[in-house]
Design a protein around this ligand. Structure first.
Ligand SMILES: C[S@@+](CC[C@H](N)C(=O)[O-])C[C@H]1O[C@@H](n2cnc3c(N)ncnc32)[C@H](O)[C@@H]1O
Length: 233
Protein backbone atom coordinates (compact mmCIF):
# COMPACT_ATOMS: atom_id res chain seq x y z
CA UNK A 1 0.00 0.00 0.00
CA UNK A 2 1.29 3.48 -0.85
CA UNK A 3 0.98 5.89 2.06
CA UNK A 4 -0.34 9.41 1.62
CA UNK A 5 3.01 10.71 2.85
CA UNK A 6 4.96 8.89 0.15
CA UNK A 7 2.50 9.40 -2.67
CA UNK A 8 3.65 12.80 -3.91
CA UNK A 9 7.29 11.69 -3.92
CA UNK A 10 6.49 8.50 -5.77
CA UNK A 11 4.37 10.30 -8.29
CA UNK A 12 7.05 12.79 -9.10
CA UNK A 13 9.93 10.30 -9.31
CA UNK A 14 10.19 6.54 -9.64
CA UNK A 15 6.49 5.82 -10.08
CA UNK A 16 6.33 8.18 -13.00
CA UNK A 17 9.13 6.24 -14.66
CA UNK A 18 7.76 2.77 -13.91
CA UNK A 19 4.21 3.52 -15.02
CA UNK A 20 5.39 5.20 -18.19
CA UNK A 21 7.64 2.34 -19.16
CA UNK A 22 5.05 -0.31 -18.29
CA UNK A 23 2.38 1.17 -20.47
CA UNK A 24 3.95 3.63 -22.90
CA UNK A 25 1.35 6.14 -21.65
CA UNK A 26 2.57 9.45 -20.28
CA UNK A 27 2.57 8.98 -16.53
CA UNK A 28 -0.59 10.49 -15.02
CA UNK A 29 0.38 13.49 -12.97
CA UNK A 30 3.57 13.99 -14.93
CA UNK A 31 3.99 17.37 -16.58
CA UNK A 32 3.77 15.61 -19.94
CA UNK A 33 0.34 14.10 -19.17
CA UNK A 34 -1.16 17.34 -17.91
CA UNK A 35 0.36 19.33 -20.79
CA UNK A 36 -1.21 16.90 -23.27
CA UNK A 37 -4.65 16.64 -21.72
CA UNK A 38 -5.26 20.22 -20.59
CA UNK A 39 -6.50 21.49 -23.96
CA UNK A 40 -8.98 18.62 -24.66
CA UNK A 41 -10.23 18.87 -21.06
CA UNK A 42 -10.74 22.60 -21.68
CA UNK A 43 -12.83 21.80 -24.75
CA UNK A 44 -15.24 19.83 -22.53
CA UNK A 45 -15.21 22.39 -19.71
CA UNK A 46 -16.11 25.08 -22.27
CA UNK A 47 -19.59 23.56 -22.59
CA UNK A 48 -20.29 23.98 -18.87
CA UNK A 49 -19.30 27.64 -18.56
CA UNK A 50 -21.59 30.60 -19.18
CA UNK A 51 -20.96 32.41 -22.45
CA UNK A 52 -20.49 35.80 -20.76
CA UNK A 53 -18.93 36.97 -17.50
CA UNK A 54 -21.97 38.64 -15.90
CA UNK A 55 -21.87 36.07 -13.10
CA UNK A 56 -18.75 34.46 -11.65
CA UNK A 57 -18.45 30.67 -11.98
CA UNK A 58 -16.74 28.90 -9.08
CA UNK A 59 -14.72 25.74 -9.79
CA UNK A 60 -13.28 23.46 -7.10
CA UNK A 61 -10.43 21.25 -8.30
CA UNK A 62 -9.46 18.19 -6.29
CA UNK A 63 -5.90 16.86 -6.51
CA UNK A 64 -4.56 19.76 -8.56
CA UNK A 65 -1.06 18.25 -8.89
CA UNK A 66 1.39 20.81 -10.26
CA UNK A 67 -1.44 23.28 -11.08
CA UNK A 68 -1.06 22.87 -14.85
CA UNK A 69 -4.81 22.63 -15.37
CA UNK A 70 -5.55 25.54 -13.05
CA UNK A 71 -3.05 27.84 -14.76
CA UNK A 72 -3.99 26.95 -18.32
CA UNK A 73 -7.78 26.70 -17.95
CA UNK A 74 -8.27 29.73 -15.72
CA UNK A 75 -6.34 31.81 -18.25
CA UNK A 76 -8.17 30.30 -21.24
CA UNK A 77 -11.58 31.07 -19.72
CA UNK A 78 -10.75 34.28 -17.88
CA UNK A 79 -13.18 36.35 -19.94
CA UNK A 80 -15.94 34.00 -18.73
CA UNK A 81 -15.51 34.92 -15.05
CA UNK A 82 -14.00 31.74 -13.61
CA UNK A 83 -12.89 31.51 -9.95
CA UNK A 84 -10.66 28.45 -9.55
CA UNK A 85 -9.97 26.82 -6.15
CA UNK A 86 -7.04 24.33 -6.30
CA UNK A 87 -6.57 21.68 -3.60
CA UNK A 88 -3.98 19.02 -2.82
CA UNK A 89 -3.33 16.15 -0.46
CA UNK A 90 -0.28 17.44 1.44
CA UNK A 91 0.85 20.83 2.69
CA UNK A 92 4.03 20.45 0.63
CA UNK A 93 2.00 20.09 -2.58
CA UNK A 94 -0.27 22.98 -1.57
CA UNK A 95 2.79 25.19 -0.99
CA UNK A 96 4.22 24.16 -4.37
CA UNK A 97 0.96 25.13 -6.11
CA UNK A 98 0.98 28.47 -4.32
CA UNK A 99 4.58 29.13 -5.42
CA UNK A 100 3.90 28.14 -9.05
CA UNK A 101 0.74 30.23 -9.30
CA UNK A 102 2.58 33.23 -7.85
CA UNK A 103 5.45 32.72 -10.28
CA UNK A 104 3.47 31.99 -13.45
CA UNK A 105 -0.01 33.33 -12.80
CA UNK A 106 -0.86 36.65 -14.41
CA UNK A 107 -1.70 39.49 -12.05
CA UNK A 108 -5.40 39.67 -11.24
CA UNK A 109 -6.16 36.10 -12.20
CA UNK A 110 -8.98 34.02 -10.77
CA UNK A 111 -6.90 31.31 -9.07
CA UNK A 112 -7.62 31.35 -5.36
CA UNK A 113 -5.39 30.28 -2.48
CA UNK A 114 -4.87 26.51 -2.73
CA UNK A 115 -6.23 24.40 0.10
CA UNK A 116 -5.21 21.19 1.84
CA UNK A 117 -7.79 18.45 1.14
CA UNK A 118 -7.33 14.75 1.83
CA UNK A 119 -10.34 13.08 0.25
CA UNK A 120 -10.18 10.21 2.72
CA UNK A 121 -10.94 12.72 5.49
CA UNK A 122 -13.86 15.04 6.19
CA UNK A 123 -14.12 17.94 3.75
CA UNK A 124 -13.01 21.33 5.20
CA UNK A 125 -16.30 23.01 6.14
CA UNK A 126 -15.57 26.04 3.95
CA UNK A 127 -15.90 23.73 0.89
CA UNK A 128 -19.00 21.89 2.02
CA UNK A 129 -21.72 24.52 1.74
CA UNK A 130 -22.95 23.68 -1.74
CA UNK A 131 -21.48 26.84 -3.25
CA UNK A 132 -19.43 25.57 -6.22
CA UNK A 133 -20.85 25.45 -9.73
CA UNK A 134 -18.23 22.99 -10.95
CA UNK A 135 -15.89 20.34 -9.56
CA UNK A 136 -12.92 18.97 -11.56
CA UNK A 137 -10.80 15.90 -10.88
CA UNK A 138 -8.10 14.90 -13.39
CA UNK A 139 -6.27 11.57 -13.27
CA UNK A 140 -7.03 10.91 -9.61
CA UNK A 141 -9.73 8.22 -9.52
CA UNK A 142 -7.40 5.41 -10.68
CA UNK A 143 -4.31 6.61 -8.83
CA UNK A 144 -5.65 7.08 -5.33
CA UNK A 145 -7.13 4.60 -2.85
CA UNK A 146 -10.79 3.64 -3.22
CA UNK A 147 -11.52 5.55 0.01
CA UNK A 148 -10.39 8.74 -1.76
CA UNK A 149 -12.69 7.95 -4.69
CA UNK A 150 -15.58 7.56 -2.27
CA UNK A 151 -14.46 10.82 -0.66
CA UNK A 152 -14.49 12.53 -4.06
CA UNK A 153 -18.15 11.71 -4.68
CA UNK A 154 -19.09 12.64 -1.12
CA UNK A 155 -17.22 15.94 -1.49
CA UNK A 156 -18.84 16.72 -4.85
CA UNK A 157 -22.25 16.00 -3.35
CA UNK A 158 -21.53 18.51 -0.57
CA UNK A 159 -19.62 21.17 -2.51
CA UNK A 160 -21.78 21.54 -5.62
CA UNK A 161 -24.79 23.78 -5.99
CA UNK A 162 -28.01 21.99 -7.04
CA UNK A 163 -27.64 20.94 -10.71
CA UNK A 164 -23.88 21.63 -10.46
CA UNK A 165 -21.49 19.47 -12.49
CA UNK A 166 -18.39 17.42 -11.70
CA UNK A 167 -16.03 16.48 -14.54
CA UNK A 168 -13.70 13.55 -13.92
CA UNK A 169 -10.97 12.75 -16.45
CA UNK A 170 -9.02 9.52 -16.83
CA UNK A 171 -9.24 5.91 -18.05
CA UNK A 172 -12.32 3.91 -17.01
CA UNK A 173 -13.71 0.40 -17.33
CA UNK A 174 -17.19 -0.29 -18.68
CA UNK A 175 -19.41 -3.36 -18.28
CA UNK A 176 -16.79 -5.21 -16.22
CA UNK A 177 -14.04 -4.86 -18.84
CA UNK A 178 -11.09 -2.59 -19.49
CA UNK A 179 -10.08 -1.71 -23.05
CA UNK A 180 -7.79 -1.52 -24.98
CA UNK A 181 -4.84 -3.75 -24.06
CA UNK A 182 -2.66 -0.74 -23.13
CA UNK A 183 -5.20 0.22 -20.45
CA UNK A 184 -5.25 -3.40 -19.17
CA UNK A 185 -1.45 -3.24 -18.76
CA UNK A 186 -1.76 0.16 -17.12
CA UNK A 187 -4.36 -1.21 -14.69
CA UNK A 188 -2.08 -4.14 -13.82
CA UNK A 189 0.82 -1.81 -13.08
CA UNK A 190 -1.40 0.40 -10.89
CA UNK A 191 -2.79 -2.56 -8.93
CA UNK A 192 0.74 -3.81 -8.21
CA UNK A 193 1.28 -0.57 -6.28
CA UNK A 194 -1.64 -0.84 -3.86
CA UNK A 195 -5.31 0.10 -3.74
CA UNK A 196 -5.15 1.81 -7.12
CA UNK A 197 -6.47 0.80 -10.51
CA UNK A 198 -8.79 1.71 -13.36
CA UNK A 199 -12.28 1.87 -11.87
CA UNK A 200 -15.47 0.45 -13.34
CA UNK A 201 -17.96 3.18 -14.15
CA UNK A 202 -20.75 1.08 -12.58
CA UNK A 203 -18.91 1.24 -9.21
CA UNK A 204 -18.55 5.00 -9.59
CA UNK A 205 -22.25 5.33 -10.42
CA UNK A 206 -23.12 3.59 -7.15
CA UNK A 207 -21.00 6.12 -5.23
CA UNK A 208 -22.56 8.95 -7.20
CA UNK A 209 -26.08 7.78 -6.42
CA UNK A 210 -25.28 7.60 -2.69
CA UNK A 211 -24.26 11.26 -2.85
CA UNK A 212 -27.02 12.75 -4.98
CA UNK A 213 -25.20 12.72 -8.33
CA UNK A 214 -25.81 10.90 -11.61
CA UNK A 215 -23.78 10.20 -14.73
CA UNK A 216 -25.08 12.57 -17.38
CA UNK A 217 -22.56 12.01 -20.18
CA UNK A 218 -19.41 10.16 -21.23
CA UNK A 219 -17.06 12.08 -23.53
CA UNK A 220 -14.35 10.28 -25.51
CA UNK A 221 -10.91 11.82 -25.10
CA UNK A 222 -7.49 11.19 -26.71
CA UNK A 223 -5.32 8.25 -25.57
CA UNK A 224 -8.20 6.02 -24.44
CA UNK A 225 -9.35 8.39 -21.72
CA UNK A 226 -12.83 9.78 -21.04
CA UNK A 227 -14.41 12.70 -19.31
CA UNK A 228 -17.33 11.60 -17.16
CA UNK A 229 -19.91 14.33 -16.55
CA UNK A 230 -21.64 13.94 -13.19
CA UNK A 231 -24.66 16.11 -12.43
CA UNK A 232 -25.93 16.87 -8.94
CA UNK A 233 -29.67 16.39 -8.49
C1 LIG B 1 -1.79 11.35 -11.07
S1 LIG B 1 -1.90 12.67 -9.96
C2 LIG B 1 -2.93 13.84 -10.82
C3 LIG B 1 -2.58 15.26 -10.51
C4 LIG B 1 -3.24 16.31 -11.41
N1 LIG B 1 -4.67 16.30 -11.28
C5 LIG B 1 -2.83 16.13 -12.84
O1 LIG B 1 -3.62 15.65 -13.64
O2 LIG B 1 -1.71 16.47 -13.17
C6 LIG B 1 -2.96 11.96 -8.74
C7 LIG B 1 -3.32 12.93 -7.67
O3 LIG B 1 -4.18 12.31 -6.73
C8 LIG B 1 -3.91 12.91 -5.48
N2 LIG B 1 -4.44 12.10 -4.37
C9 LIG B 1 -4.11 10.84 -4.03
N3 LIG B 1 -4.73 10.48 -2.90
C10 LIG B 1 -5.50 11.55 -2.53
C11 LIG B 1 -6.36 11.82 -1.43
N4 LIG B 1 -6.55 10.92 -0.45
N5 LIG B 1 -6.97 13.02 -1.36
C12 LIG B 1 -6.75 13.95 -2.32
N6 LIG B 1 -5.94 13.75 -3.38
C13 LIG B 1 -5.31 12.57 -3.47
C14 LIG B 1 -2.38 13.04 -5.46
O4 LIG B 1 -1.93 13.98 -4.51
C15 LIG B 1 -2.12 13.46 -6.91
O5 LIG B 1 -2.10 14.86 -7.06
Amino acid sequence: MVSARLLPLLLSRSLATSITSATSRPSPGSPMASERNKSPIGDVLDGYLPSGSDERTSLLEFSSGNASHALYLEKRFRSRGLDWKPTELTQGLVNAIERRVKKEGDAGNGIQTPMLVDLTQDLPSILSHGSFHLVLSVNMIHIAPWAAVQGLFKAAGCALVPSGVMLTYGPYGFNGTIEPESNVAFDTSLRSLGDWGIRQVSDLEAEAEDNGLWLEKVVDMPANNKVLVWRKN
